[in-house]
Design a protein around this ligand. Structure first.
Ligand SMILES: Cc1cc2nc3c(=O)[nH]c(=O)nc-3n(C[C@H](O)[C@H](O)[C@H](O)COP(=O)(O)OP(=O)(O)OC[C@H]3O[C@@H](n4cnc5c(N)ncnc54)[C@H](O)[C@@H]3O)c2cc1C
Ligand code: FES
Ligand code: FES
Length: 473
């Protein structure tokens, strides 16, 4: 039995836990405002708000309902466009109208839901953040400029005002029933139950529901996202532990982690879109074993260790690089799941950088991605770790290249020599994301970018470029 609040209505349903929230909203509840577009998380037409109590505080985020199994909304407040409609147009709806941000209207509910959710965010009033909030919504009619103007004007309209729930209700952004939601959610249980050994493990569902949406409807599912012991980020004695059910958004928004990774937010902005980052977990990213998984590449360069646990509670720790055995083949027993990851926080003289190139800048998976962690002392490299995706059947730790770098002077000639070794460590194939030659070239350029970004006073693009012209791939 799944219990949650849909708009202002208490839901208690025996529908299969693997059924998509989108189908439940549209076909069981007959609420057609939430649109069914791609059903793969790409278009945002099915975007809804998900509210939950975190430390007794009501928090909202956007999710795509097409990739959300019903089991993941246990104990939550789900808001569709119908749940935002009032007798008047809300400021988000009004902004879309005034700026001509709708034509055929298919995408409009998704945009309004995303913009309304942004009005509840701590970053309200910032036009750039308002644009970022609609990065998961696609429109094929308007050419976006009118929607962008609507988003910016809505952000400007806040003018430094506080956006408490009470204020938003009073100013007509949200219907009155929102004021009673926190109390109503207190009465509902979240999904914390662990199930049998044969259950299919599910994090955010952003991979599983794309791969086999219909295939899991009747399966027994183990919903890790509801289990608090698998969530959260802890830093103690310089070791950072991240629970497997922690989402990409929770990692990127961690103020504590941002201290050690100043570019964390902009790096993670290159991963999928706001709603997908709100749903997809670190455990799911590692376990789907994609050779271009962004989180796999990010955490490989940090020499991350993962803790696996079977359903009897037996634990084992392995280095992340040993987790990936072959294409989509993992060192993971059938009754095991990832419990958490752990890595050492970079120290003062250590530097970290992540690079990703994809066909589109946003909402696209990588053609090639790479990360580096490097420690420098007296202008020499004393420690290095390097990872790369899209250049082998698995997310790769480039151990030979990293070993070569250690003990060398930080200079252009070292980087060029290291590139030769790196090229011997990879085996890219030609596919839809580019030819093997292109991927080799791309990794070389991203490798250079690591050094140019981290050491702009030491590594000159001009010299690298001149030396490169003398070196064949
Ligand atoms: C539109 C779209 C864009 C995307 N863009 C990107 C991108 O830019 N970069 C990127 O890297 N990925 C991207 N992805 C892929 C996906 O969002 C991520 O890989 C995400 O982190 C998967 O996490 P999840 O919790 O949703 O996985 P789920 O779908 O829940 O699970 C994926 C697999 O992992 C298993 N699993 C989940 N958790 C665990 C665990 N703790 N232990 C063991 N097994 C587990 C599941 O059984 C399943 O086989 C995108 C996906 C979509 C739909
Ligand atoms: S239908 Fe396109 S994201 Fe859900
Ligand atoms: S108005 Fe037609 S898809 Fe956006």
């Amino acid at each position: 039995m799944i219990e949650f609040i849909l708009n202002n209505k208490h839901i208690c349903t025996k529908e299969p836990v693997g059924k998509s929230l989108l189908d439940f909203i549209r076909y069981t509840m007959d609420l057609p405002g939430t649109k069914s577009g791609c059903r793969e998380g790409d278009c945002g037409a099915c975007t809804v708000m998900e509210g939950s109590l975190i430390d007794n505080e009501l928090n909202y985020k956007t999710i795509v309902s097409c990739l959300t199994p019903l089991g993941n909304v246990q104990g939550k407040h789900i808001v569709t466009i119908e749940g935002l409609n009032m007798n008047h147009l809300s400021p988000a709806q009004q902004a879309i109208v005034e700026h001509g941000g709708t034509q055929c209207g298919f995408c409009t509910p998704g945009f309004v839901v995303s913009l309304t959710n942004q009005s509840l965010s701590k970053e309200v009033g910032n036009p750039d953040k308002a644009l970022a909030a609609i990065d998961g919504n696609i429109c094929r009619c308007t050419g976006y400029k009118s929607i962008e103007r609507a988003a910016k004007s809505l952000a400007d309209s806040f003018n430094g005002e506080k956006n408490s729930l009470a204020n938003l209700v009073e100013q007509g952004h949200l219907p009155k029933y929102f004021m009673g939601i926190a109390d109503r959610l207190q009465q509902l249980k979240t999904n914390q139950k662990q199930v049998g050994n044969s259950a299919v493990i599910l994090g955010g569902g952003t991979d599983l529901l794309v791969q086999k949406a219909d295939g899991i409807i009747e399966d027994e599912l183990d919903f890790l996202s509801g289990r608090n012991e698998l969530k959260g980020i802890q830093i103690q004695d310089n070791i950072c532990k991240i629970g497997a059910a922690t989402t990409a958004a929770e990692i990127s928004n961690s103020v504590e982690l941002q201290k050690y990774f100043p570019h964390l937010k902009s790096d993670f902005k290159l991963i999928s879109s706001t709603p997908i980052r709100n749903m997809g977990t670190i455990g799911g990213n590692l376990a789907n074993a994609s050779p271009i998984g962004d989180l796999s590449i990010f955490f490989l360069a940090l020499d991350t260790e993962i803790q696996l646990q079977d359903k009897e509670g037996t634990k084992r720790n392995i280095p992340l690089k040993e987790f990936f055995i072959d294409y989509k083949k993992l060192d993971l027993h059938s009754d095991e799941y990832i419990q958490h990851i752990a890595f050492r926080i970079p120290e003062k003289n250590e530097y970290f950088n992540f690079e990703k190139v994809s066909k589109r800048q946003h909402l696209d998976i990588a053609s090639v991605n790479t990360a580096i962690r490097i420690r420098i002392k007296n202008e020499s490299i004393v420690e290095a770790s390097l990872s790369a995706g899209g250049v082998s059947p698995i997310p790769l730790q480039l151990s030979k290249t990293a070993s070569f770098l250690v003990g060398k002077k930080l200079k252009e000639e070292t980087i060029l020599e290291a590139n030769k070794i790196m090229q011997s460590e990879i085996s890219p194939i030609s596919d839809i994301r580019g030819s093997d030659t292109y991927k080799r070239l791309l990794l070389r350029q991203l490798f250079f970018a690591h050094f140019m970004k981290l050491f702009p006073a030491k590594i000159s693009f001009g010299k690298l470029f001149a030396l490169t012209n003398q070196q064949k791939l």
